[in-house]
Structures are given as C-alpha cells and as structure tokens.
Design a binder for this molecule. Sequence first.
Ligand code: IMP
Length: 203
Amino acid sequence: MNMGRVVLASGNAGKLRELGELLAPLGLDLRPQSEWRTPEADENGLSFVENALIKARHAAAHTGLPAIADDSGLVVPALGGEPGIHSARFSREGTDAANNARLLTEMNTLGGEQRAAHFYCAMVMMRHPRDPAPVISTGQWHGRILMAPRGDGGFGYDPLFLVPGENCTSAELPVATKNRLSHRGQAVAGLLAALRRAADDGD
Ligand code: IMP
C-alpha cells in the first residue's frame, strides 16, 4: 500500500516524527507544510474538528497534495468547555505556566465532580481541498484537574491532569504510556484504521 506524498499541516517537528512513525505502515511520505512555506491558516472554527478541517484544507490548497491536520486541547465541562479551542492561548502570555495558572484561578472555587476534564484531539485527512468526504478521527482522554501542578514531563496542561487508574499526572507518565492512553494516541490509531479501510476499499 503506498499513498505517496502527504503534507502535515503543522510545523511541529515532534508531531511530524511521531505521526510519520505511526503512519509508516501506510507507506506515507509525510512532509511538513513549511517545505512549501505554507502561511498559517485562519483557525476561525468553533470546534476542534472544524479547525482541523480548516488547517488540512488550507495545506492541501497551498501544496496541491493530500493533507493531514490535527487540533487538540483541554475541555473542562464546568467551565462551559473552556479552555477548549483556546487551550494554547488561554492566558495573555500563552506560555504553559501562565495557561496552567489561569486554569487554576478559573477553577479555584470548583470541587469534586466539577474538576472533571478531558483532553480532545481531532485528526483529519483530506485528499484535496474540495474533498467532500475527509477522513475524521477523534480521541478523548478523561481525568481530573488537580489543585497544584505535579511532574515535569509532557507539555501544556499535563502537570495538572490527573490520570485515573495511573494515580499520577500525565506529566509523570512515561512517554510510551502517555502515547498509548492519550487523546492523540487514540485519534492517530483511529485515523490509521480508517485510512487502511479506505485503501483496502480502493478509495
Ligand atoms: P495543539 O493542537 O498541539 O496546538 O495543542 C493546543 C494546546 O492544547 C496545547 O498548546 C496545550 O496547551 C493543549 N494540549 C493539547 N494536547 C495536550 C497534551 O497532550 N497535554 C497537555 N496539553 C495539551
């Protein structure tokens, strides 16, 4: 099975390596959109899925290649879904430390079930910018938000995200364990399965 060259709508080298390895069985030659000097897409969707579609469509239009994009973040139902699609820039500074501090402030009166949260990841593969049937895969990872950070692995909100069953935060998990459990790991597995089915069906 060889699906040829595909552009990844992200400049993140870590994501490129991780996705490249996971999607290797499909014979994909995954390239970062920076190879085509693709400008940033205007992520004006209201949901992770919409923003992933916008990014993939933008990269496919700019490069003329099939495109893969993802969009992810933390959802706290007690905050009406925030930080949600604003996860990367929840605070004015937009650093992980400032975003975590803002999250703790917003949640300081919340206890018990109200501290429930989940990470969400949407992954999309679009064959061309007008593809009417893009492949869409999503993953969710449920946990709770602690009162103070713990651990220094991972990134983003990991030090505040208590993983049920592991009794530690996602910043304290070995990388391989996080990749197996996480929203992104689940979404990538789903995308891989969907692409395999599509290839087998001759789509
Ligand atoms: P992006 O989709 O990679 O741009 O992620 C958006 C934001 O969501 C990041 O900047 C983080 O704040 C948050 N986020 C997404 N995935 C994770 C994760 O696995 N751990 C912690 N934070 C995450």
